[in-house]
Each structure stands twice: as C-alpha cells, then as structure tokens.
Design a protein around this ligand. Structure first.
Ligand code: ZN
Ligand code: MN
Length: 146
C-alpha cells in the first residue's frame, strides 16, 4: 500500500494518545520512550510500545516535542520546545534543564551564519556523588563523550 506523502501529519486522538500527551505535559524528567511505556502500560494494559513510539514521532513531526540526544544510549523527549541546554548525570541518567547559554560563535568561519547551538553538560549529580559534590563539581564541568 502506498501512502501519499504527508505534509501535515494527522493526529488522531485516542485514549492512549491522550494519556501520553497528559503524561508529557509539563514533564521535566526528559523521559525515554521506554520510560513512558513503563509508566503508562499499567493504565493502558493493551497499549503496545509501538503506540508510544508512533505517538512520539507524530508529536515530533507536529513540533510539540523535542528529541534530546544527550543520552547516547537512547533518545529522550522534552515537551519544552523553547531553546535551553541540558546537563546529564552519567551515573543515574537524570537530565536537568539549564538556561540556554549565551554563546557567540566567535570562531565560526567568515560568512557562516549560525542558526542555533547545542551545548550538553555531563557530570555527576549531587545524589550520586554526595562526597565529591563539593570539590569536584564546584566549577562547570563540560565533558565530551565519544
Ligand atoms: Zn545521578
Ligand atoms: Mn529540557
């Protein structure tokens, strides 16, 4: 079956999709699709992981959701689409918000128009490293993975 290319993704509302939307609304935990599925399958026992995944893809296409790539192991999702940065605890995977840094692309080649920038911070949260929090994380630790 050939589906026509969609310009505007349609979003048919179902109780399960409404549940996913409700879970995401104002959610600051930056959940993965697996997290959302684990949380909602109790409420919707018949719901498949594909339903969660497809709903997230639709929301991404509609612009109501942002995919965050800070976690190298799995995509995380953020209903907050305003520009901001993230920091992730490499121990527990918690992702927190940071205001968007005011960076100037001072070293961009001449004529290169910078449209956006993406800064990710990796470290250890206070809960995961109470002993080292004072001495190790006093300054901003920016760590590049890979
Ligand atoms: Zn942590
Ligand atoms: Mn965020």
């Amino acid at each position: 079956m050939n589906k026509p290319p969609k310009k505007q993704p349609d979003f048919r509302m179902t109780p399960q999709r409404a549940g996913i939307l409700h879970f995401l609304e104002g959610n600051k935990s930056h959940p993965s699709a697996e997290d959302i599925y684990a949380r909602l399958r109790r409420k919707f026992p018949g719901m498949s992981f594909a339903t969660v995944y497809n709903t997230l893809q639709s929301l991404l296409a509609l612009g109501g959701l942002t995919e965050i790539k800070i976690d190298g192991s799995r995509a995380r999702f953020d209903p907050d689409c305003k520009p901001h940065s993230h920091l992730m605890c490499v121990s527990c995977g918690t992702i927190a918000d940071l205001p968007a840094p005011k960076l100037r692309a001072a070293r961009a080649p001449k004529g290169f128009k910078v449209l956006r920038c993406n800064v990710e911070f990796y470290g250890v949260c206070r809960r995961c490293a109470p002993g080292t929090a004072k001495k190790e994380t006093s300054s901003c630790q920016k760590k590049k993975r890979r």
